[in-house]
Design a protein around this ligand. Structure first.
Ligand SMILES: [Zn+2]
Length: 289
């Protein structure tokens, strides 16, 4: 993962790229009246890094923050921000569950053993926030269902619940007139599960929804580059090809790889391979027994 940097992406949007260990993309949407932060950072240190970088660019500090989904790396910095947090009702429900947990190494390890936490997240929490850690989880103050529009002065942010495999509460933020779509992690696979996977029945409608927004800058939670529409379409076409072939060939990964070679004239690239594996795992989960 390259070093985290703050970039002015468009007239109203500043983007801080993702970083180690599992820090996601953050954005500031800067209007004439208000600045809105997108996602609330992985820790106080991550939030502080973002606020300081904005200050260095003379950007007015965020007065509100909006969440894409409940995962720790998108919400643990909220305490440092000390501003109202906006979230979908499902996100707020999950945050309330997290807020009741203890966050010591012992408690984390226990939850991993019980299946309430996954090792990937526990390991990264331990790196991002070494013991003794104090985590104060902030309950969102502004809750919406389905959709919400936020007018910041000369720029607006449309939040919409999209769901998907990664997190059932996942929302995207569409920023106009800048034509930016902040995706959070919604296009990634399901990871709070014994086997990481995608399901075609969730992924395909999600792709249609995402492509329905008029945008040309697509920001993902943990992808260190911003995609153009052409790049997003290429990526989602790989997902669709993998999903259709996995269905046709009943989840047989080797047969799907061969079919990709036959259809496209070259073996599946790294992205396509990961989609084939994720969709085949989902196919098996849905069709077992
Ligand atoms: Zn996530």
């Amino acid at each position: 993962m390259p070093e985290t940097t703050l970039t002015r992406l468009t007239d109203h949007v500043y983007w801080m790229s993702p970083g180690a260990p599992d820090r996601p993309s953050l954005c500031a949407v800067v209007g004439t009246n208000d600045t809105l932060m997108l996602d609330a950072a992985a820790s106080s240190a991550h939030a502080r890094l973002f606020l300081d970088a904005l200050k260095a660019e003379n950007v007015p500090a965020p007065r509100l923050a909006a969440l894409t989904h409940w995962h720790w790396d998108h919400i643990f910095g909220a305490d440092e921000l000390d501003i109202p947090i906006i979230a979908h009702a499902l996100t707020a429900d999950q945050i309330a569950i997290q807020a009741a947990y203890k966050w010591t190494d012992e408690a984390l390890d226990q939850r991993v053993r019980e299946g309430a936490e996954i090792a990937f997240c526990a390991d990264n929490i331990k790196i991002e926030l070494p013991e003794p850690r104090s985590i104060k989880i902030i309950a969102p103050q502004i809750i919406f269902h389905d959709k919400l529009d936020i007018h910041l002065g000369g720029v607006s942010v449309h939040m919409q619940h999209v769901g998907g495999d990664h997190a059932h509460d996942a929302c995207v933020m569409h920023i106009l007139p800048d034509r930016v779509l902040f995706l959070g992690d919604c296009l990634y696979d399901a990871l709070y599960t014994p086997v990481r996977h995608y399901t075609k029945s969730r992924l395909f409608p999600l792709i249609d929804t995402i492509l329905s927004f008029d945008a040309n800058y697509y920001i993902e939670g943990h992808t260190p580059t911003v995609m153009s529409r052409t790049e997003l379409v290429a990526l989602t076409d790989k997902m669709r090809l993998a999903g259709n072939l996995v269905d046709e060939l009943a989840g047989d990964v080797e047969a799907v790889k061969e079919a990709v070679q036959t259809r496209t004239g070259s073996p599946p690239d790294e992205d396509t391979l990961s989609f084939i594996e994720g969709l085949a795992a989902g196919y098996k989960l849905q069709n077992r027994g």
